[in-house]
Design a protein around this ligand. Structure first.
Ligand code: G3H
Ligand code: 13P
Ligand code: ZN
Length: 307
């Protein structure tokens, strides 16, 4: 099965009130764990690659790993660039065969964000590639796009932005943030704002970044075996479920994968100190990714059996 565009996935998700998981991938074990979970759940999938992941693994390796997954699976799988920071990186991955790109001009002034997004849209659409854009800013730090505080998406601006940029989906800022430390006190997610944006853009797919729920079981496990991940807090899963019913068709998850792997490897190291075969600790880590993704698909995204 060749890589697919998100278009049909999102149409079905929008109608069905569920979301597609967009999981960040960096290596073979992560890709295999995610694919195994989606296979069991018969769920469509987005595998996304950040600029940092692309530097770490190399674009060719990532593409070849995803091709291997496609050879063994009949699932609809989309390969997406996460947080493309400029036109050049978008163009490079489009030429490499990605079926979807994000151009993240969220740090730019409104007019400049529109201009950059439109430039990517013109190039991507020529090749049938999907374009996600972002309006508003999430707090938190990614490798290549930085923001110190969050600026929520304005619904009027969102409508104008979509019309003028021609983007295919829009990432909105409603209080989520990247990483494991999303909230100090109560998790404050502006679902009303999301509903307003969605009602102003009917049938238009929205995207939620910074959507890991930071599962306490993995934080506790990491800390129990020598980690220092204190005060971590993610987005409550019931809020993500509601977002999936309010126009959000794509939910981005990276931190939960990192936590599942790290906690599991820490436990393996602590319990088997004389072991030094990487397969012995990477196998349970891959299994932890699979179990976590399966939980997301069934309990958070709602995308099981939607192929
Ligand atoms: O949104 C950012 C993703 O979590 C990717 O993170 O840039 O460290 O690969 P990264
Ligand atoms: P998390 O850090 O919450 O997993 O968000 C990931 C993300 O938004 C990738 O673009
Ligand atoms: Zn993101």
């Amino acid at each position: 099965m060749p890589l697919t565009s998100p278009q049909k996935m999102f149409e079905n998700a929008y109608q069905g009130g569920y979301a597609i998981g967009a999981f960040n991938v960096n290596n073979m074990e992560i890709i295999q764990g995610i694919i195994q979970a989606a296979e069991e759940e018969q769920s469509p999938l987005i595998l996304q690659v950040s600029a940092g992941a692309r530097r770490y693994a190399g674009q060719t390796y990532i593409i070849k790993l995803v091709e291997a997954a496609l050879q063994e699976s009949d699932l609809p799988i989309c390969l997406h660039l996460d947080h493309g920071q400029d036109f050049e990186i978008c163009k490079e991955v489009i030429e490499g065969g990605f079926t979807s790109v994000m151009i993240d001009g969220s740090h730019l002034p409104f007019e400049e964000n529109i201009k950059l997004t439109k430039q990517v849209v013109d190039c991507a659409h020529e090749k049938g590639v999907w374009v996600e854009a972002e309006l508003g800013q999430l707090a938190g730090i990614e490798d290549d796009v930085k923001s110190e505080k969050s600026i929520y998406t304005d619904p009027d601006e969102a409508v104008e932005f979509v019309e003028r940029s021609g983007c295919d989906s829009l990432a909105v800022a409603i209080g989520t943030s990247h990483g494991a430390y999303k909230f100090k006190g109560d998790p404050n997610i502006d679902l009303e704002r999301l509903e307003t944006i969605s009602s102003r853009l009917p049938n238009f797919p929205l995207v939620l970044h910074g959507a890991s729920s930071v599962q306490p079981e993995f934080v506790d496990m990491a800390n129990k075996y020598g980690g220092q991940i204190e005060g971590a807090q993610g987005v409550p899963e019931d809020k993500l479920r509601r977002a999936a019913q309010s126009g959000v068709c794509k939910i981005n998850i990276d931190t939960d994968i990192r936590l599942a792997i790290t906690a599991t490897i820490r436990k393996q190291f602590a319990e088997n100190p004389s072991e030094f075969d990487p397969r012995k600790y990477l196998k349970p880590a891959r299994q932890a990714v699979k179990d976590m993704v399966q939980h997301k698909i069934t309990h958070v995204l709602g995308s099981s059996k939607s192929i």
